[in-house]
Design a binder for this molecule. Structure first.
Ligand SMILES: Cc1cc2nc3c(=O)[nH]c(=O)nc-3n(C[C@H](O)[C@H](O)[C@H](O)COP(=O)(O)OP(=O)(O)OC[C@H]3O[C@@H](n4cnc5c(N)ncnc54)[C@H](O)[C@@H]3O)c2cc1C
Length: 423
């Protein structure tokens, strides 16, 4: 079966989300700072009531499947919901679906002990706290085989030393989910690290500085130095040596949701551009009457639709029972295309708006920069392209010789052997 319809009851929810985000959430983007600063008085005043409305509507923190205690919408519906959340910087947190908490809650739901779930997962899902995922290191980037931050067991306590950076929201987080080397001599480099839940207030965690990115309200990406940070062994998340496998758990659904939120940003830039070219006149005619502008509008529309279909097909496959591991090719394909789509759409939108498009009054320059964010965070595009190519080529066999059987003369010989009566 194959279909592109949305069932009417769910469409009504999507319509409600869109109106709610447009009318009540988007305005927050213009007046509030970081969306992770959940204890700020203005957050309490403005965001909490909106979160209550979402809860009453039954749309709060929908990303967990029923086996993990969530409502179990499935990936396709989650994708469509995230397309609406992505219309606003505050959309995800108003719906309890913000990164990195969504991915972290998936990991906790999968691997945490009952005690860990009570202490960390429950307040995280309630947005009483926010969290951080800390993997990347200064000397080795996000390559797990190059990590140096070490945890050494001392009695029943691990002692952690090393450095992590680009740990987003480390200062507002109540705890960090951190990937640390516990078994440096393991022959398989992907089995050398373990995952730990580290309370942010643990002595020995020093934030050397926060990196900021253009377009973000404040710098929130921490460079952490860890000096004799003592963590009880019960704070290990998942089996020892399995941090890589644990980390993979958070990357499937999270990447799909991020893709749909990114798509929402591209779609917004496209919508604004359509309005502009239909209203702006130069040299006696509307921009929309100029064929080179028309070509760009057509290219933008097609690029957005192609990307949307790729994401939705991947989400649909996940709903058919394919696990994220078996969908690695599709997920990496989504991740590798996402920066290009946002970059192309945002830069064309900027250009077609002329100097207004380049100004701070418009979101396009920020979106162009954001296209680089999405091409780096969660692994650079090159790595995802390698994954796609390797997985694609697994389904093929080498050609059978220097003159392969698929050449025209060979195919003709086969055809004539099959149909000898034909001239
Ligand atoms: C907005 C943002 C938020 C982030 N948040 C977090 C976070 O919360 N927690 C966390 O742990 N990390 C986080 N990161 C870090 C992110 O995961 C890394 O930046 C990313 O994985 C790339 O690592 P790197 O920056 O060290 O780049 P490098 O590894 O130094 O790579 C630099 C460039 O080299 C090229 N390259 C790298 N590898 C290959 C390859 N195998 N083949 C070909 N070319 C290659 C690519 O062009 C790449 O962009 C965040 C990054 C950004 C931008």
């Amino acid at each position: 079966m194959w279909g592109f319809e949305t069932e009417p009851e769910f469409q009504a929810e999507l319509d409600w989300i869109e109106t709610f985000v447009r009318e009540k959430v988007q305005p927050l983007d213009y007046i509030l700072g970081s969306q992770w600063d959940i204890h700020a008085p203005e957050f309490e005043r403005l965001v909490r009531p909106l979160q209550r409305e979402v809860r009453e509507r039954g749309l709060w923190a929908c990303h967990l499947g029923p086996e993990l205690g969530g409502p179990g919408y499935g990936q396709l519906k989650l994708a469509l919901m995230n397309e609406k959340f992505g219309m606003s910087r505050f959309g995800p947190i108003v719906f309890g679906s913000q990164a990195p908490d969504t991915g972290n809650s998936e990991i906790l739901a999968h691997y945490a002990t009952p005690e860990q779930k009570k202490k960390y997962l429950e307040p995280l899902l309630a947005n009483e706290v926010v969290s951080c995922f800390s993997m990347t290191e200064p000397q080795g980037g996000a390559d797990p085989t190059a990590f140096e931050t070490r945890a050494v067991l001392d009695g029943d306590t691990y002692v952690i030393n090393g450095e992590k950076w680009f740990a987003s929201e480390a200062d507002t987080a109540a705890f960090l989910i951190m990937m640390v080397v516990t078994d440096p001599d393991h022959p398989d480099p992907y089995k050398r690290s373990s995952m730990f839940i580290v309370d942010r207030g643990t002595p020995g965690i020093e934030n050397l500085r926060n990196y900021g990115f253009y377009g973000e309200p404040e710098p929130t990406h921490a460079h952490l130095r860890l000096t004799d940070v003592r963590v009880h062994e019960s704070q290990m998340l998942g089996p020892r040596g399995e941090a890589f496998a644990v980390a993979q758990t958070r990357l499937g659904g999270g990447r799909m949701h991020h893709a749909m939120r990114t798509l929402a940003q591209a779609t917004r830039a496209f919508d604004l551009t359509c309005q502009r070219v239909l209203s702006r006149t130069t040299k006696g005619e509307l921009l929309s009457d100029k064929q080179m502008v028309q070509e760009r509008i057509a290219d933008m529309w097609v690029q957005i639709r192609q990307f949307r279909l790729l994401v939705l097909e991947t989400a649909w496959l996940a709903d058919q029972g394919h696990d994220w591991k078996s969908l690695r090719k599709n997920v990496s394909a989504v991740k590798m295309v996402m920066p290009k789509v946002l970059h192309d759409i945002a830069s064309t939108a900027l250009h077609l708006h002329g100097s207004l498009g380049l100004s701070h009054d418009m979101p396009f320059a920020e979106l162009v920069i954001n296209s680089f964010h999405v091409g780096l965070a969660d692994g650079p595009t090159e790595v995802h392209k390698m994954v796609v190519a390797r997985q694609v080529l697994r389904d093929y066999k080498p050609a059978d010789g220097d003159i392969p059987s698929y050449t025209r003369p060979e195919q003709e010989r086969r055809a004539r052997a099959l149909y000898p009566e034909e001239a």
